[in-house]
Structure formats: C-alpha cells, structure tokens
Design a binder for this molecule. Structure first.
Ligand SMILES: Cc1cc2nc3c(=O)[nH]c(=O)nc-3n(C[C@H](O)[C@H](O)[C@H](O)COP(=O)(O)OP(=O)(O)OC[C@H]3O[C@@H](n4cnc5c(N)ncnc54)[C@H](O)[C@@H]3O)c2cc1C
Length: 532
C-alpha cells in the first residue's frame, strides 16, 4: 500500500471511530467504499492468505478496524491489517501457525474488551483477534463451566468477570479475588494481575488460577498448571500477553456470601491512615480493604461508586476545606443468613484501635453482587453524559511501604494536591507480596508490603497531555528520590525502562519469550520486544 493510501485509511478509520453516533446513517455507504481499499492493503502483510482456511473470518471493514484500533485510553491508535473474529480456538491456532510460516511473520494481538489505556491490545499492521467473538460458540454462557465438587470454574479467556460472577452464583459459589470493575475479560486481567481490595487476603486473580489452556506464539495448544508445563503457566500469568493466548482458565471458587457491610473511615493524618490500613490487612476477619485520596478540589464521591449521602458530603466538604487532603479507608465484611446477627459486632471488633476522625465512619449495607458490581452504575452514568469514551491517561503504581512517607510528601502533597490537576478517582491501599508467586511474570516491589496507587484520570481530547505530564512528573520524582516502584498495567518508551521494570525477572522474561514466541508475534501493542 502506498503512503498516501495508508494516510487516507488512517484518517478514515479515526473519523469512523469518532463518528459512531452517526454510524447508522453513514456506515453502509462508507463500509463498502473503504472495505475495498482495505482489502487492497493485503500487501501490508507479506503472506499469501489463499491457503489460510480461517481467512473467511478476517474482517477489514471500518467498523472492525475502527474498534480494534482504539481502546479505553483513547491515547494510542494503531491500525491493524485485519481483525479475526474466531469461533473456536482452532481458528486462533491456525492464524498463529500461519504467521510463523510466513517469511516475515505478522503480529497477532488478543483483544479482550479493549480496556487497556495505552494500546496494549493493538497490533499495528498485524492482526487483532477479537476474543469476544468466541462467545458465539458458547450460547447461553456455557463458556463458563462450574465444578461444585472441585470448587472451580473452567472459563473461556474471552469471558467477562461479570458473567463469571453470575454463572458461579447459581451454584452458591464465586471467585475469591476480583477487580473493582467486572466488565473486563478473564484473559485480559490474567495477563496483568487482576487486583482489588481482596488482593491482600487471596492474592491477585493470577494467584487463583489452577490450570490454563494456552495457544503459544508458536501456535501450540498447551494445557499448563503448576505441575504441568509450569514454565508456560507462570510465564502467562501477568505476562502481558507475550507468551500465549489464554483460551481457558480454571478459577478457584469459594462459597459466596449474600451481603456485605461496607465501611468508609476518614483521616487527615497520613501516617495514622497508613498505620491503620496496615493493621487491618494484618488481622483476621476482614474481606476487603482499599483506600482513596480526597482532595479539596475534586468531587467527594468519585464516579466509580457513589457512597455518601448529601448530608455526609457537606460534613466531609467542611473537613476538606480545613485540611485540603483527606485519606479514606474503605473496608468490607461479608455476611450471609447464618452470620447476619453477628456482622455488626464483627465490624465493631475490626474497628477497635483504629484512629479515624471521630464521627467520620460511614456504613452501608449492600448485596454482595451490588458491591462487586459497584462501578457499573458509574459507567452507565458517564456513558449517558458522553464522558466514558474520553482520554484516560492512567498511572498505576506499586510503591514499597518503606518509602510511603516520602511518597506522600513528594507526590500526594507536593504534586497532586499542589497542582490541583487530577480528575478522577485516586486509589491508595496496601497489599501483601506473600500472596504473589514470584515465579509468575507479574512484578512487584521487593518488600513484603507495598501500596497500590491508581491515578485514574479522565481527561478530554485537549488536556490529557497535561495530565500525562503530571504522571511523568510523579515518575521523575520517584526516580530522583530512589523510590523503587513498579508500574501496574505498565507502558514504557524504551527497552531500558522495560528491563528496569522487570528487574531480576528480565532474563527469565526474555528466555520465556524465546521459548514460547520466538518470532515475537504476540501482543506487539505492549511494545516490549517490538520497536517503540
Ligand atoms: C474502568 C476500568 C476499571 C478497571 N479496574 C481494574 C481493577 O480494579 N483491577 C485491575 O487489576 N485492573 C483494572 N482495570 C484494568 C484492566 O485489568 C485492564 O484494562 C486489562 O487490560 C483488562 O482489560 P480487557 O479484558 O479489556 O483486556 P485488553 O485491554 O483487551 O487486553 C489487555 C492485554 O491482555 C492481552 N490479552 C487480552 N486477552 C487475552 C487472552 N485471552 N490471552 C492472552 N492475552 C490476552 C492483550 O493483548 C493486551 O496485551 C480496569 C480497567 C478499566 C477500564
């Protein structure tokens, strides 16, 4: 394809994505017109596709290309050559094997729900596998098979966690480790870690997988576990999609509670806040712990999960005017019919010795499902206001506990609060390294306890760079101060940064890449082995 054709295609695809609201009137006309041009672009992949059986499931139309070249971040846009809509794992196996046979292999990227924020699931000039299309072979969610005897569920990599929850609850069971938001795919979160307020207790989602079926970068379909093909098993967990495509994961289940007591407590003193958070993750009985930062220039309730009554909000607002920053602990105790009459006493026991601001502890009672699915309502509200599909220059960090006071002074007070730029939830809570198996690809700081910081910015198309500059300022401060943090959902611009991120795991990561994806076909959007 010549350069000018390519530019035209890029512009048209971008325009297509941005004009989804008028898609109904324009799509028919445009798809015929552009599909022809995109098909001409086959030369971009130097392979003869005639012998590829699965070629009928490749799509080149602007709708497929537009979707695969954007994500939740709305920052990166990489145009693939085509998108595979598989209906079985064999389709993916064939595609990857085919790429391996090409003189110059093309890249293949699995796309879950596209909730990456930096193009991690894109494939510039390569092929994106739309994993959600696999669902079509599993009508009525039979892509989730529950074993009540084994207390596990066999789940397709393309399945959403919300569907896993609904299917397992029918048997009175549920996974033990979650993400805050459930409209993420199993394959997508297992490629990262899958973290939330249960991580301190059960480990991340990658610590709760018993077995997987994986299609490697060579196109081999392999079953793996701690005991069988263990190198592949540990490589894939937190492996950023580099080693294989997760076709099935066997997820640990436990008896599901019915309801939760959901408590938020406020602090103005950072050292007391962190001391209490660390105390809570060290004692028995708690089911969930998170925390957030409240600033005097941001709304008290963030969009994710409205919690406070208007009266509470006005109380908190006066307190914020006085202190500028408040720190909020969020903890949860699960219960069911048998424990309903004990749960309030249990919450009181958990609060013994905590030093939150007197009068600033707030409790809600929710069903377990509503609690787990708490972010969905916020999503729907943002969507209705046109505020969901906006740029999200997120920064997620793991910060070692030993430097948390320096981090508060240098980042929370001196950058975030002083600059008053952040827009969106600011999550901040500790978790424990012992629950992460060090053989997995996922990386954490070298300390038993580390903090999770989520700067979940929502920007607009003209100011996101400003927020991203602030992210860089945070990273530069930590670098200068010698705070040895790790990024979660990482994105880097140089090989050196990736080597630093993986630290002592880098050699293993490279060796595993050579073993399972020697032609470096998979997940180019992570920009680890492919040029940046
Ligand atoms: C609103 C929101 C809230 C979030 N909350 C949390 C949270 O609480 N905790 C948390 O840990 N994360 C959270 N995330 C981040 C989320 O885990 C990542 O976005 C992750 O990428 C999952 O999204 P996805 O399923 O859409 O995967 P994608 O973004 O499509 O893919 C992510 C990566 O995994 C690869 N991949 C996808 N499917 C597979 C597969 N089957 N096999 C192998 N590789 C695959 C892709 O190639 C890509 O490299 C949140 C994201 C959003 C947008």
């Amino acid at each position: 394809m010549d350069f000018s054709t390519r530019i035209v295609l890029i512009v048209l695809s971008i325009a297509y994505v941005n004009l989804v609201s008028i898609k109904a009137t324009m799509a028919d006309a445009s798809s015929n017109q552009f599909a022809g041009k995109l098909r001409q672009s086959k030369n971009a992949v130097p392979c003869n596709f005639d012998s590829l059986t699965v070629r009928a499931k490749l799509r080149y139309d602007p709708e497929a290309i537009g979707l695969a070249s954007t994500d939740y971040g709305h920052i990166v846009r990489d145009i693939p050559f085509a998108v595979l809509y598989p209906t079985s794992s064999d389709d993916i196996t064939e595609l990857i094997k085919f790429s391996n046979k090409c003189p110059l292999p093309f890249n293949v990227s699995a796309r879950g729900y596209g909730h990456s924020v930096r193009g991690q699931d894109m494939s510039h000039n390569g092929i994106v596998v739309n994993m959600l299309s696999l669902n079509e072979q599993y009508k009525n969610a039979t892509g989730i098979r529950v074993s009540t005897a084994g207390h596990y569920a066999d789940v397709g990599g393309e399945q959403l966690w919300i569907d896993v929850l609904n299917a397992t609850l029918q048997h009175g069971l549920a996974p033990v480790s979650w993400t805050d938001y459930l409209y993420l795919t199993v394959g997508g979160t297992l490629s990262n870690a899958g973290i939330s307020g249960q991580t301190f207790l059960h480990g991340p989602q990658i610590s709760n997988v018993l077995e997987m079926d994986v299609i490697t970068g060579k196109g081999d379909f392999m079953t793996c576990s701690k005991d069988k093909n263990s190198e592949l098993f540990f490589a894939v967990l937190g492996g950023l999609g580099q080693f294989g495509i997760i076709n099935r994961a066997r997820i640990v289940l436990a008896k599901a509670p019915k309801r939760v007591k959901w408590v938020k407590m406020l602090y103005y003193d950072f050292s007391i806040f962190t001391r209490d958070q660390e105390h809570l993750i060290s004692i028995n009985g708690l089911d969930y712990l998170e925390g957030e930062l409240m600033m005097d220039y941001t709304p008290i309730d963030d969009w994710r999960s409205p919690f406070f009554t208007p009266y509470n909000e006005s109380q908190i607002s006066s307190l914020l005017k006085k202190h500028g920053i408040l720190y909020c602990i969020e903890m949860v105790k699960y219960y069911d019919d048998e424990t309903a009459n004990l749960v309030d006493k249990e919450v009181q026991r958990l609060q013994v010795g905590l030093n939150y601001i007197p009068g600033f502890s707030f409790t809600r009672d929710e069903t377990y499902v509503d609690f787990l699915n708490r972010v969905r309502q916020g999503e729907l509200t943002l969507r209705s206001k046109g505020l969901w599909d906006v740029p999200h220059p997120w920064l997620n960090l793991f910060v070692p506990k030993s430097r948390i006071m320096d981090f508060n002074a240098g980042v929370i007070v001196d950058i975030l609060h002083r600059e008053k730029k952040t827009k969106g939830p600011l999550l901040f809570y500790p978790t424990t390294k012992t629950k992460w198996d060090d053989r997995m690809s996922a990386v954490t700081p070298d300390e038993d306890i580390f903090y999770i910081l989520g700067l979940l910015h929502s920007g607009n198309f003209s100011n996101w760079q400003d927020l991203d500059n602030q992210n860089n300022e945070v990273l530069e401060f930590c670098d200068r101060a010698g705070i040895k943090l790790k990024q979660y959902l990482p994105h880097y611009k140089s090989k050196e940064d990736w080597i630093k991120q993986f630290g002592s795991k880098w050699n293993t990561f490279q060796r595993r890449k050579a073993q399972f994806d020697p032609r470096m076909i998979l997940s180019p959007g992570q920009k680890i082995f492919n040029s940046v």
